[in-house]
Design a protein around this ligand. Structure first.
Ligand SMILES: [Zn+2]
Length: 408
């Protein structure tokens, strides 16, 4: 019932000519600008040494100018499960996207049983732009644009799980809203990969470990370069009041190239001693993407960086963990994972800066959770938190919550 309610509102957006929405927006008073950058599986244990070494200057600048800390995640966290919690601030059992596969079907937006934030913002006249955000396929109508991310299905990625078709190869639903924007993107950005590359299988690796690792890492960088170009294009040519961009190669690299020691579970020197910098390098590469995004935002823009969970080397209790290797890694020899039954083993992370947000504030313990993102964004826009949302506004990050945010 809830789903029907919000999908009907979204169908109205689908029916409205884009020009009309633009006119309506021009007559309204200026709204806050928020850019959210989602990083799949950002691990603070790996990030912190890089920050100390000065290898992530852009994230360092966000920390100095803002608030940051761990983000309590859900149990057995994985990308679609947590992202749909970000979208709705409800439990996985409530929003319906409980994992990569739900009832034998790859998770998709038609399964969402609670209203996502892009719908609430759109209804309140906020322009919305989303690109490569996980679990947004097939795309849904918004007051702006949406380009799907992880779990998009298509050629060479028929199940949509941890692989990606090119934009021209998408099947089984739309990857771009409004549909006319697809041709524009193909012309001006190119035929980019929607999401990160599938990890090599055990058979692909055997006897060709170094070549397979290097080839995969090269592809990951190609995909990241394409994403950077896409984000730059969108931020310059299609600026929106609320923008959400996603990155997901970091997590996948961590699963099988986490720089573990020989005593860790699963250590294989042919794979794990070859490119020990590959995983930290992903965050250095992410920092460059962040730098490109920061160039396109002004001081009055809220920038929020969130990760859905961390990632840790396999543990001694793997054998009895009911969530071990849950529908995620196929045959890749993984040495790290995040779907631990206790989500507190692999917290996500949160970084925010912008007008009225405290500087250099560290959130201690588990003050912030994945449920709090949507209420906090609604708060910035002066939109009341709906009753079903389980999180709270992170008011502690604001200097003065009365004057710091948009007046209602
Ligand atoms: Zn993962």
């Amino acid at each position: 019932m809830v789903f029907q309610r919000f999908s009907m509102v979204l169908m109205l957006f689908a029916a409205l000519p884009v020009a009309l929405l633009g006119q309506a927006q021009n007559t309204a008073k200026p709204k806050p600008h928020v850019v959210v950058i989602g990083v799949n599986g950002m691990e603070l244990d790996v990030i912190r040494p890089l920050l100390l070494e000065g290898k992530m200057p852009n994230l360092s600048s966000v920390i100095k100018k803002g608030a940051y800390g761990k983000l309590r995640t859900v149990s057995a966290p994985n990308c679609p499960r947590v992202y749909s919690t970000f979208f709705t601030s409800t439990k996985p059992e409530e929003h319906g996207v409980t994992g990569f596969i739900v009832g034998g079907i790859t998770a998709n937006t038609n399964m969402l049983k609670e209203e996502p934030i892009w719908s609430m913002l759109s209804k309140n006249g906020v322009t919305v732009g989303m690109a490569n955000v996980p679990a947004t396929f097939p795309v849904m109508p918004v007051n702006g644009y949406m380009i799907s991310g992880m779990l998009t299905r298509g050629k060479n990625c028929e199940d949509g799980v941890l692989c990606a078709p090119k934009l021209s190869e998408v099947q089984g639903g739309d990857a771009v809203y409004p549909p006319a924007m697809k041709a524009e993107l193909l012309k001006n950005v190119g035929d980019f990969y929607i999401d990160c590359e599938r990890m090599p299988s055990a058979a692909d690796l055997k006897g060709h470990e170094t070549e397979a690792i290097d080839a995969w890492l090269n592809k990951v960088q190609l995909i990241r370069d394409q994403q950077t170009q896409l984000f730059d294009y969108l931020l310059t040519r299609h600026p929106t009041e609320f923008t959400w961009l996603g990155q997901s190669c970091e997590d996948r690299t961590g699963h099988w190239l986490y720089p573990i020691a020989p005593y860790n579970a699963g250590y294989n020197p042919k794979v794990n001693a070859v490119r020990t910098e590959a995983f930290p390098d992903q965050y250095i590469a992410f920092d460059k993407v962040l730098g490109a995004v920061l160039k396109r935002v002004d001081d009055n823009t809220y920038v929020i960086i969130v990760s859905d969970h961390g990632i840790k080397p396999l543990r001694e209790f793997e054998e009895t963990d009911p969530h071990a290797h849950m529908d995620h890694e196929k045959t890749t020899p993984v040495v790290a994972k995040h779907d631990f039954a206790d989500g507190d083993d692999v917290p996500g992370s949160f970084f925010a800066m912008g007008p009225g947000i405290k500087h250099d504030l560290r959130l201690m313990g588990f003050e912030a959770s994945v449920y709090d993102l949507a209420p906090t964004i609604l708060h910035i826009y002066g939109i009341e938190q709906p009753a079903q949302m389980r999180g709270h506004v992170l008011s502690e990050i604001f200097e003065n919550s009365d004057k710091a945010i948009a007046k209602k």
